[in-house]
Design a protein around this ligand. Structure first.
Ligand SMILES: NC(=O)c1ccc[n+]([C@@H]2O[C@H](COP(=O)([O-])OP(=O)(O)OC[C@H]3O[C@@H](n4cnc5c(N)ncnc54)[C@H](O)[C@@H]3O)[C@@H](O)[C@H]2O)c1
Ligand SMILES: [Zn+2]
Length: 369
């Protein structure tokens, strides 16, 4: 079975669907044919090996004129230079306005290929085919695209909506386990900020998710996409819920920065969620039992919560003050009063923040050398 979510995120772009199911990538030919005459699959080199060449062959066999472009794998290639290089390759192949871009890959690919689609010939139709769990539940939902620059992450880009998002669960079988965790953390975040039923389901179904059970995955990915989509849609209508999505991210980003990005985003956010849940206990009435549930949930997924080195509390406070949610140098946090219950974005007393960071220093172990 295929589940479908309707997206009407932007008033200027056509509404479109997010489809979730197993084996979907191979069934897109009729839809694709209606979009364009030529197809440019953009992917990274690792995803090209696992899925890109096969998809290109399938589309060609179905009679679609298809080109495959790949760039080296990794966040450090999400740059203007890679974008320029891909654009040159598209021009050299003579691809013009009758071309559809297919973004096949993790969040690096969906962000970069989405940005190429947004500007090439002033905008080409775009189809997202996320291949990592993180791209499925986060990066491919909402339409944000962009690249990193030496001045900061995601500092160049735009919002550009695709014609469809195709979430094919079968693609996850080649995804490394550590990458699967990156997506699990954001799904748990979606549960904490907006849906206790999802959180409870994620708590109890960890083994099924880790074993890539299709039925369970389809459900949690659907709910997770729905939550992010609704938050982004309502944000477009002027209801500012977007900050909910930053739960765990104020502290998480500070940890990523202080570790020089050696700490993966998912792990940094997981630790950040715990610190912000700790703050929520002190400042927003989150019950100790709810805090414990969040802590144990990460354990159930075997998420390794370790810090790469000791971070003195004052160093943490400085890094946190740089967060983009800060107002006049005072950081704000997304705090929740209960799992699934609309969080608030607020300032906290520095003494409470210190306590939460001291809890972290004491409770999160360092990597063994
Ligand atoms: N646009 C947004 O709203 C948004 C939201 C969250 C994150 N992001 C962005 O997403 C990026 C992170 O995404 P990510 O974690 O997917 O990273 P990624 O794209 O680098 O993918 C992680 C790794 O998994 C590999 N991979 C992906 N799918 C695979 C598959 N099916 N089989 C085998 N290997 C596979 C990739 O080659 C890569 O090595 C960041 O750049 C972040 O800024 C964007
Ligand atoms: Zn995140």
């Amino acid at each position: 079975v295929t589940q479908t979510l309707q997206c009407a995120i932007s008033r200027t772009a056509d509404p479109y669907q997010i489809e979730i199911g197993s084996g979907l990538v191979a069934r897109q030919t009729p839809f694709l044919r209606s979009l364009a005459a030529q197809f440019a699959i953009i992917t990274d080199q690792q995803v090209a090996i696992h899925h890109g060449h096969k998809l290109a062959e399938n589309l060609r066999r179905d009679g679609l004129s298809t080109h495959l472009f790949s760039f080296p794998t990794g966040e450090r290639y999400k740059t203007r230079e890679t974008k320029e290089h891909l654009e040159n390759q598209l021009f050299e192949q003579g691809l013009g306005r009758d071309t559809c871009i297919i973004a096949l890959g993790g969040g690096v690919v969906t962000d970069l290929a989405g940005y190429v689609a947004a500007t090439y010939c002033r905008g080409l139709p775009l189809v997202m085919m996320p291949t990592s769990l993180l791209a499925m539940v986060d990066a491919s939902v909402g339409g944000k695209t962009g690249v990193n620059v030496p001045y900061g992450k995601n500092m160049l880009g735009c919002v550009y909506q695709p014609k469809k998002v195709v979430i094919d669960l079968a693609l996850l079988h080649s995804l490394p386990k550590q990458e699967l965790m990156q997506g699990v953390v954001e799904m748990l975040k979606h549960g904490v900020i907006a849906d206790e039923t999802l959180f409870t389901y994620l708590e109890t179904q960890a083994q099924y998710i880790l074993n890539l059970n299709d039925v369970v995955l389809e459900k949690v990915i659907f709910d997770s996409c729905r939550i992010k989509k609704e938050i982004v849609e309502q944000d477009e209508q002027g209801l500012t819920k977007r900050h909910w999505l930053n739960f765990g991210h104020t502290v998480g980003h500070a940890l990523e920065c202080l570790s020089d990005y050696s700490l993966p985003h998912g792990e940094a956010v997981a630790i950040g969620m715990l610190v912000e849940a700790h703050l929520s206990m002190q400042a927003a009435g989150l019950s100790p039992m709810a805090f414990e549930r969040i802590r144990v949930a990460f354990e159930r997924y075997g998420l390794p919560l370790h810090l790469p080195r000791e971070f003195p509390v004052d160093e943490m406070l400085d890094a946190i003050a740089l967060d983009k949610k800060s107002l006049r140098g005072r950081p704000r946090f997304v705090l929740t009063s209960a799992i699934g219950c609309a969080p608030q974005c607020t300032h906290v007393e520095e003494s409470l923040l210190r306590q939460a960071l001291q809890w972290m220093t004491k409770s999160i172990r360092l990597y063994r050398a």
